[in-house]
Design a protein around this ligand. Structure first.
Ligand code: PLP
Length: 396
């Protein structure tokens, strides 16, 4: 049967982070107290008013397929949100497709635009799904290495150097997983200039837009002059509204850009879950108090983790401005990121993700998600400090 498996499936590995997850689960079964910092999702419950909207929809019999592109009420809320928050104008009738999470949105966009051999520029390190989804579509992921000394911002010069006649899409993600970097307006303007000069489509994954700190500001590249005809925006509800299990996201842009994506979505999932979409309406329509509270809590944890990491000799850490990840470097230790992640689990009982799981550019780093309680972060940092004291020659 092995020989019957498609090349497509054969060429894609299971995620390399599974090894750490499986080991953590085994240790936990044995009664070991693990601090989980590997999970890329909020630790909060979905706000009550959003749950209630979905429950009401269920009670009202909203249990059937919806329009392929999603219920119009939600598409209208998405268009309003894009206008008010991001200064982007989209037509709710033709410019929005509600998807089963951002992940489906990325898959639909790539399938709609990438032919065999087409190149897609992606950040490295970056959300690991990008490269595999491009490969599933027969495309070639072209990584642009994000450098620590440039605060992990995707360098416009490095992007331009990777453009060939086969480049079709440029994928950007700000705020960024796994580094927490946020692209500034001037940076985005330079990327926009490249996209316009080379006639590229920018796919802008903005899932972490609400999780932003200090003086950082989220700007959608689609709002820059002449960029609406070059940009497909991807966003969703998983992170800002703690709705990752609801599986709700969307793509938005000019109707001509969105039209082919509709076909991929139609043959893929038909429509997002009916009652979840009503929850999405409540998330966008009602006040944003719950989001503000979650962001405040993430920010407190972010400050704690940065200050603790910065005190640890042998660790370098660019202060993240967005999302809920830190991406410290442990390059002074003589371990690969994978070895280090296993050691941290076994000897310090901290579950984290090796940076190399996000691409070659992540080697030497570890991703720690601070989407866990303040107390857990304190506990993890105490353990990490002890671990480093044993592993390094430094005196604390
Ligand atoms: N995009 C990025 C950059 C992510 O990190 C994630 C999830 O971790 C997603 C998209 C997936 O979002 P969703 O839960 O909406 O599928």
């Amino acid at each position: 049967m092995e020989e019957k498996i498609s090349e497509r499936a054969r060429n894609i590995p299971f995620s390399s982070i599974r090894e750490v997850f499986d080991k953590a689960a085994k240790l936990e079964k044995e009664g070991v107290d693990i601090v989980h910092m590997e999970i890329g999702r909020p630790d909060f419950d979905t706000p009550q008013h959003i749950k209630e909207a979905a429950i009401t929809a269920l009670k009202d019999g909203q249990v059937h397929y919806t329009a392929n592109t999603g219920i119009l009420e939600l598409r209208k809320e998405i268009a309003n949100k894009l206008k008010n928050d991001n200064h982007i104008t989209v037509d709710p009738e033709n410019g929005v497709v509600v998807t089963v999470g951002c992940k489906e949105a990325v898959l639909d966009v790539i399938l709609a635009y990438v032919n065999e051999g087409d190149e897609v520029i992606i950040p490295d390190p970056g959300w690991l799904e990008y490269q595999y989804i491009v490969k599933i579509a027969g495309g070639v992921p072209v990584p642009v290495t994000l450098k620590e000394e440039e605060d992990f911002l995707m360098s416009p010069a490095d992007i331009e150097a990777k453009i060939t006649s086969k480049t079709k899409l440029l994928l950007i993600n700000s705020p960024h997983n796994p580094t927490g970097s946020v692209l500034s307006k001037s940076h985005l303007e330079k990327i926009a200039d490249i996209a316009i000069r080379h006639n590229l489509i920018v796919v802008s994954d903005e899932i972490y837009e609400k999780l932003i700190y200090d003086d950082a500001e989220h700007i959608s590249i689609a709002s820059l002059p002449n960029m609406s005809e070059h940009t497909i925006v991807i966003n969703g509800f998983s992170k800002a509204y703690s709705m990752d299990g609801w599986r709700l996201g969307y793509v938005a842009g000019e109707a001509t850009l969105i039209n082919p994506i509709k076909k991929m979505h139609q043959y893929n999932t038909s429509s997002a879950t009916s009652f979840a979409q009503y929850g999405g309406v409540a998330a966008y329509k009602d006040d944003q108090k719950a989001v503000c509270e979650m962001v405040k809590s993430f920010d407190d944890r972010r400050k704690l983790i940065i200050s603790r990491l910065k005190e640890m000799p042998g660790v370098d850490c660019v202060g993240p401005k967005g999302a809920f990840y830190v991406f410290p470097s442990f390059k002074t230790l003589n371990y690969s990121s994978k070895e280090l992640a296993v050691l941290l689990l076994e000897e310090a009982q901290i579950a984290c993700v090796p940076g190399s799981a996000f691409g070659d550019g992540g080697e030497g780093y570890i991703r720690l998600a601070y989407s866990t309680s303040y107390e857990n972060i304190e506990k993890a940092m105490d353990r990490l400090e002890l671990f480093l004291r044993e592993k390094t020659k430094y005196n604390y």
